[in-house]
Design a protein around this ligand. Structure first.
Ligand code: C2E
Ligand code: MG
Ligand code: MG
Ligand code: MG
Length: 294
């Protein structure tokens, strides 16, 4: 699996390693060191409006550049960080870095876009989660309107009352909320309508074969219809080909991100998307979204 995805072969961590083996303790201390020695870096993946092809957001995705093992995928160390609790300081670092970077881009004069940050259940459940966020927002000076938090369906489904309070606190601040990997979890539609969520992210597993597999197409189309009818934005993840983008647009999907546009890139490279976005904005015709076909 690691090979397929072009990573090195280093077997880092599997979520099924529930027993604390000596090996796992070593991994944990490696990750701790990675944080203190600045081996973590944030990459950003652009998100586009499908109709106008305008840049509308950037998703922050953490990368670990290990001095010996090279690039380690978050899929391999986020589960470890979650199980050991290291996700809390890691997540705070990600949040602070992303907010400071977003503010810096704005101060450099680029047209502001939203920055999306992934939040694990364990971070979201911290009693001081909101206090920490407030501290970061005031420290960096970022207007919360430009921040989007991506949570999963499983977060949304646990501790309903507590979750709704936290989500409402975020919404009051102007923070945008998105449900990541939508369609892969167990989100009850009855609950969904009571959450102040503004965006659904269609999981890439439904997008991959959307032009060939009628079930995937039906699921994606249903998510788009659901989101639109609840006045949410809908973004498709993992869009790699133009035919996927065209089908999604025809079904009424608002936005997309994926290798068709760009993979996640280091902050320095993001600037090239800004200038392109601004060129397109000047005098660009705004194409209305297609009506959704019932
Ligand atoms: P995610 O939030 O669902 O992010 C989307 C993943 O799909 C990213 O993988 C991204 O690089 C990848 N991707 C984007 N476009 C394409 C495409 O066209 N095709 C394919 N095949 N893949 C695409 P990445 O960066 O390896 O991250 C994996 C997961 O790790 C993320 O899934 C997220 O759940 C988690 N993660 C990443 N950064 C953070 C973070 O800072 N905090 C937390 N809590 N989780 C994170
Ligand atoms: Mg995400
Ligand atoms: Mg996702
Ligand atoms: Mg995911």
């Amino acid at each position: 699996r690691a090979k397929e995805e072009g990573r090195n072969n280093y077997q880092f961590y599997r979520p099924d390693m529930h027993v604390r083996t000596p090996e796992m303790l070593i991994m944990e201390s490696n990750l701790r060191r990675a944080m203190s020695e600045n081996q973590l870096q944030l990459y950003y993946q652009p998100q586009y409006d499908l109709a106008s092809r305008q840049l509308i957001g950037l998703e922050a995705l953490v990368r670990w550049k290990h001095p010996v093992h090279g690039m380690i995928s978050p899929a391999d160390f986020i589960p470890l960080a979650e199980d050991t609790g290291l996700i809390v300081p890691l997540g705070q670092w990600v949040m602070k870095t992303a907010c400071a970077q977003a503010k810096a881009w704005q101060e450099q004069g680029y047209a502001p876009v939203r920055v999306a940050v992934n939040i694990s259940a364990r971070e979201f459940r911290q009693l001081d989660f909101i206090d920490h966020l407030d501290a970061i927002l005031s420290e960096t000076g970022l207007d919360p309107h430009w921040l989007e938090l991506e949570i999963t369906e499983s977060i949304a489904m646990q501790n309903f009352d507590e979750t709704i309070m936290t989500l409402t606190d975020l919404k009051i601040r102007g923070v945008h909320l998105a449900i990541d990997d939508f369609g892969t979890g167990y989100c009850s539609l009855g609950y969904l309508k009571r959450f102040p969520i503004s965006k659904l992210k269609i999981d890439q597993s439904f997008v991959r074969d959307i032009n060939r597999d009628s079930n995937d197409a039906a699921i994606a189309t249903s998510i788009i219809a659901l989101g639109r009818s609840m006045h949410m934005e809908v973004i498709a993840e993992g869009v790699e080909r133009e035919d996927q983008a065209q089908l999604l647009l025809a079904k009424g999907c608002h936005q997309a991100q994926g290798f068709l546009f760009s993979p996640a890139v280091p902050a320095e490279q993001v600037v090239s998307f800004f200038s392109r976005a601004q060129e397109k904005t000047r005098g660009a015709r705004v194409i209305p979204l297609p009506r959704i076909s019932a």
